[in-house]
Design a binder for this molecule. Structure first.
Ligand code: GLA
Length: 372
């Protein structure tokens, strides 16, 4: 028996629970090739939407509330006052309130939601949920960029996570077969074709992250302290690590990561455009070293998994991906070597972990949209 797809699940769920014919929306998770912990510092990132997505079947219900049936639970969410629950409901209701804050009218809806984006694995299941709900509540009447900005605001103000814009932007604006080079200061994005000679492996460390706990926010605060000491509003304005001499302690380490990571992202843009995968792999490895020692957002398990991947034949380079404190790694491989490399990484890492963690080869997919 084949497992039903999230698209079928939401349509069946909607029919069983609610009346009428819904519209169907989809928003993907994302990978990030390079440019980690730089979005909130105004830097350049290189994410891509992936072929795992959150699906929402939606229809206005004539009431001032959202009625929701979902993978994570069911609920009625009033639209007259936001109530924080500390769970999935904050993403759904938060999106409705953030849309209203931004001047978009939102009426009550019936929503059926299902997702196959792995949770807590660093591939942005929450951004996929926010963007899919945002599309559903606006009937698709907003641009991808507007949706990304509102979804980030929902996460910042209603969920309580001080994230940057990368995840929501990649989910909302991804382009099939392409990575995005996104300047997080101007929100200008340029799609860059993924060469046929490259593919990306994602391996879950099995350590679940939760960014609403303090580590992520304290890294962001260190970056803001560094920027202030250097007299700039965002660290992305600093062109070279030579300009960091006046800093010390954590602000110095975090700033050194941000400034060097932005330079690596520019170099990676060039390497991807010229299909120089050996160089791109080296940049991934350097990014990991910097995230681990200067940003201090890796964990011993993630360091070990990354080292295993980096030493695996067929892998050009690997690093931790996303906010850190657990989650997944990303490894660059040739498509012909991908399955064997994935198997070798899993076999070695499973001996440490005691079970084989989730792992997959990803394809760059289209960003969010209505499915007709
Ligand atoms: C999380 C955040 C993003 C970004 C990354 C680190 O995924 O949601 O905004 O800061 O961490 O690059």
């Amino acid at each position: 028996m084949t497992t039903p797809s999230p698209s079928n699940i939401v349509q069946t769920r909607f029919k069983d629970a609610f009346a009428g014919t819904p519209r169907l929306f989809r928003a993907p998770g994302r990978i990030n090739i390079i440019g980690e912990h730089v979005d909130y510092a105004g830097g350049k990132v290189m994410p891509a939407a992936i072929d795992f997505a959150c699906w929402v079947a939606a229809r206005p219900n004539g009431q001032n509330r959202l009625r929701v049936i979902s993978d994570l639970g069911d609920g009625e969410l009033p639209l007259d006052m936001f109530e924080r629950h500390g769970d999935w409901r904050d993403y759904v209701a938060g999106m409705a309130f953030a849309l209203r804050d931004a001047g978009h009218p939102v009426v009550g809806h019936d929503l059926a939601i299902a997702s196959d984006v792995p949770m807590g694995a660093g591939v942005s299941s929450s951004a996929a949920l926010e963007v899919a709900v945002g599309l559903a509540l606006t009937g698709g009447a907003v641009t991808g960029k507007q949706l990304a900005v509102v979804a980030q605001a929902a996460e910042n103000h209603y969920v309580g996570m001080a994230c940057g814009i990368m995840d929501q932007f990649a989910s909302a604006c991804g382009v099939e077969g392409h990575a995005l080079v996104l300047d997080c200061s101007s929100l200008h994005a340029r799609p860059i074709a993924m060469p046929d000679t490259a593919c990306f492996l994602i391996v879950d460390s099995g350590v679940k992250h939760r960014h609403t706990s303090g580590g992520y926010a304290s890294r962001r605060a260190d970056c803001e302290t560094a920027a202030k000491a250097l007299g700039v509003s965002l660290l992305a304005e600093i062109a070279s690590v030579d300009a960091l001499a006046g800093l010390s302690g954590n602000p110095l380490k975090r700033a050194r990561h941000v400034v060097s990571e932005i330079a690596r992202t520019s170099a990676a843009e060039q390497a991807l455009a010229t299909s120089d995968l050996a160089h791109l792999g080296q940049l991934l490895n350097q990014s990991h070293a910097s995230l681990s020692s200067d940003m201090e957002v890796s964990t011993p398990e993630v360091d070990r998994l990354t080292a295993i991947a980096q030493a695996t034949p067929g892998v050009y380079g690997a690093r931790m991906m996303g906010g850190g404190f657990g989650g997944s790694i990303i490894a660059l491989a040739a498509p012909s070597a991908a399955e064997a490399a994935l198997d070798a990484i899993l076999t070695t890492y499973a001996q440490d972990l005691g079970h084989r963690p989730g792992a997959f080869v990803v394809r760059a997919a289209a960003g969010a949209g209505e499915v007709l």
